[in-house]
Design a protein around this ligand. Structure first.
Ligand SMILES: Cc1cc2nc3c(=O)[nH]c(=O)nc-3n(C[C@H](O)[C@H](O)[C@H](O)COP(=O)(O)OP(=O)(O)OC[C@H]3O[C@@H](n4cnc5c(N)ncnc54)[C@H](O)[C@@H]3O)c2cc1C
Length: 332
């Protein structure tokens, strides 16, 4: 099978690596622009409120922890994680426990305050605490995967794909090349290359803050939308959802009002005063969304598929999702 993967972010690189491992002839088009994988915070945990997403995230995390090669490529660091929510967590905790036994436990608001420093939580808030969770570098992972591919018979090209054609084929400055399968894994640029699917590019942003947050784990607080993790030198990486939709991935600018709201929300949630954004450390990037979200192969017709995030959190599911997508393609 001759497969082309358009895009060398973490999704495209992981899929190309899986396809080559499965014996396919793979060409990946990876022009190397600033992308979501280069900006990503790389938080990984097993728990997601949605049960299907929890299964993919937990399977990915289990592979990340168990496979020495993948762990090294990814630069994985285990810090633990806490997810604050008032939703029913039972099915998703069971999905995590099936793959990572002994990792996840459910705690109440009092324990969230005592162990992690959360303040003013609603009465119905509970937390899912995971021992086996942390963060990795999607950028480092894709660099290693592409290097592996180049050294193992894959064709890693730096041309930008100008057009994806049914057949399927791709057109670049070097001409038109036909393949058995073409997968567009171009993140927020995917809607430009493939019409028909309801894909949208959305801004994602986080900042580095100096704020004395008494929480040693990565966290998500779905009551406020605040998420974060400790970074180096006592700084905290913090973010909240951004409402800038249909952004141009080549022209994203920081949303400074959002950066200020994040600081204010973190002060209130952890009952701490003061703090500031570390100078020049607001990272504004983007990702590809669809509803329902989730990184998976979607048939776009004519032998072309897309493989893109759909949720703003594909780093945590990419290992399981790329394994499934490669198996689907090879079997087709
Ligand atoms: C700021 C930020 C923080 C995040 N934090 C987390 C987190 O903590 N945990 C988590 O799980 N997820 C997180 N995410 C989400 C996750 O990082 C992304 O879902 C993931 O990196 C998307 O990877 P991708 O390969 O789909 O897209 P990208 O990384 O954007 O890669 C797309 C690639 O396609 C290439 N391309 C585009 N057009 C063409 C073309 N015409 N021809 C050839 N190539 C092309 C681009 O050059 C690019 O390299 C975060 C994202 C951002 C932006």
């Amino acid at each position: 099978m001759r497969a082309a993967v358009v895009g060398g972010g973490v999704a495209g690189a992981a899929l190309a690596w899986r396809l080559r491992t499965a014996g396919a002839d793979v060409t990946v088009y990876a022009p190397g622009a600033a992308d979501a994988s280069g900006a990503s915070g790389g938080l990984v945990r097993g728990f997601e409120v949605d049960g299907g997403a929890a299964r993919d995230a937990a399977e990915s995390l289990a592979e990340l922890r168990a496979d020495d090669l993948v762990r090294d490529w990814a630069g994985y660091r285990e810090t633990g994680s806490v997810y604050v929510t008032a939703d029913d967590v039972t099915p998703s905790v069971a999905a995590v426990e099936a793959v990572l036994p002994g990792s996840a436990s459910v705690v109440d608001g009092a324990e969230l305050a005592r162990r992690f420093g959360f303040r003013d939580l609603p009465a119905d808030a509970a937390g899912v605490v995971e021992r086996h969770a942390g963060h990795f570098s999607p950028d480092r992972f894709r660099e290693h995967a592409l290097r592996w591919l180049a050294g193992h018979g894959g064709d890693v090209r730096t041309e930008r794909v100008a057009e994806v054609l049914p057949g399927p084929a791709v057109r670049t400055s070097a001409g038109v090349t036909a393949f058995d399968a073409v997968v567009v894994a171009a993140g927020a640029w995917t809607p430009r290359l493939v019409g028909g699917e309801p894909l949208r590019a959305k801004q994602i942003q986080y900042g580095l803050y100096r704020l004395p947050i008494p929480c040693a784990a990565s966290f998500v607080d779905d009551r406020t939308g605040l998420y974060g993790r400790p970074d180096r030198d006592g700084a905290f990486l913090l973010g909240m959802g951004c409402d800038r939709w249909d952004v141009d991935p080549d022209g994203v600018t920081p949303d400074h009002d959002l950066a200020a709201r994040v600081l204010d929300t973190a002060r209130r949630r952890f009952g701490v005063a003061g703090g500031e954004v570390v100078a020049d450390r607001v990272v504004a990037s983007f990702d590809c969304y669809r509803s329902p979200g989730g990184l998976r192969l979607v048939d776009a017709g004519g032998g072309v598929s897309t493989f893109t995030g759909g949720s703003g959190g594909a780093a945590k599911t990419v290992l399981a999702a790329s394994r499934r997508a490669a198996a689907e393609l090879v079997a087709s």
